[in-house]
Design a protein around this ligand. Sequence first.
Ligand SMILES: *Cc1c(COP(=O)(O)O)cnc(C)c1O
Length: 376
Amino acid sequence: MEGQKIWLSPPHMGGSELKYIQNAFDTNWISQYGSNIDEFEKSLENCLGENSFVTALSSGTAAIHLALRLLNVEEGDFVICQSFTFVASANPILYLKAVPVFVDSESSTWNLCPNALEDAIKYCLSQGKKPKAIIAVSLYGMPFMVDEVLEISRKYEIPIVEDSAEALGSKYKGKACGTFGDLSIISFNGNKIITTSGGGILISRHKSDKDRAVYLATQAKEDEDFYSHSEVGYNYRMSNISAGIGRGQMEVLENRIKQRRENHDFYQELINEFENIELFSEPSEDFYSNYWLNTILLNENVFTKEELKYEFSGSNIETRYLWMPMHLQSLYKEYKFFGNNYSGTIFDKGLCLPSGSSLTNDCKGKIVEILTKFKN
Ligand SMILES: *Cc1c(COP(=O)(O)O)cnc(C)c1O
């Protein structure tokens, strides 16, 4: 094994992050207040467009937790959640002792299947309880079927929590991911398209929701002098240091999206030559993906995802299996699931390939070498 490891999606600094961190030190705003937080939130509001109120938080998971709190999710409530996702989409449902109801994916976006979603809602209604929220994910950066899902949300008057943790920069019909939910979230974890080392945002459509989110994220403190509290809060605000990294990263976001999309073009050209491999791509011009991760499906079982992963790791190249759907997890398997297990079938034959914005031509050459070994 020679050379450096090729990671799936490593952090990629832009250059001015340290300047903003230095600024926090110079002004001694080290904690959860300061200009980096204000400016980072503003730059995201500009990027997402009108009617976006951004609250910077310690993680994307915290943002989902707060979104469910803002929607008054309580013990015993149903919350519908896409099954094919990272576990962080669903865990906040359990934090609140609510009951997740999982919904399968459809084949064009790998996200919420509208038919299965409607079945799940009807089941909840038959149990005498309308779900409090629908958690809709734009997995791997691919927007979900926005029109269809929003129509169902409106028809049954159930709010959407849009988990666009992986989809900053993605669009549906020209509109940014992060603007489709009644409440939306984006993550800035180290592996996402841009990072704050760790962090996330909650995006709300009303200033009053932002005010309540900030209140809940700062221990639900009602009076500064007396420390009086009447409901449970959290310590979820982003630090001014992390926000400094985010400010620097926002300056290169456009570039990062371009680089990830170029990776997709590279894989498309390569994989066109394979009969048994399919690259997951935008289903139509309505969908614009940031291609956070490039994912492939191995059809016809000529070789397995395990064999391919093993070969890559032998050359010090990181690949990963797809997210294991929640209805197949031992943590969640006792909960209701609606759909025909499409997500389980793609989990069986899928692999995520190196997709970082810093992927060099040299790295790409090594990837071509490995994949070529599997050509029949
Ligand atoms: C990363 C991620 C999250 C959680 O974000 P954190 O910032 O890591 O807490 C939630 N949902 C999805 C789909 C993710 O990929």
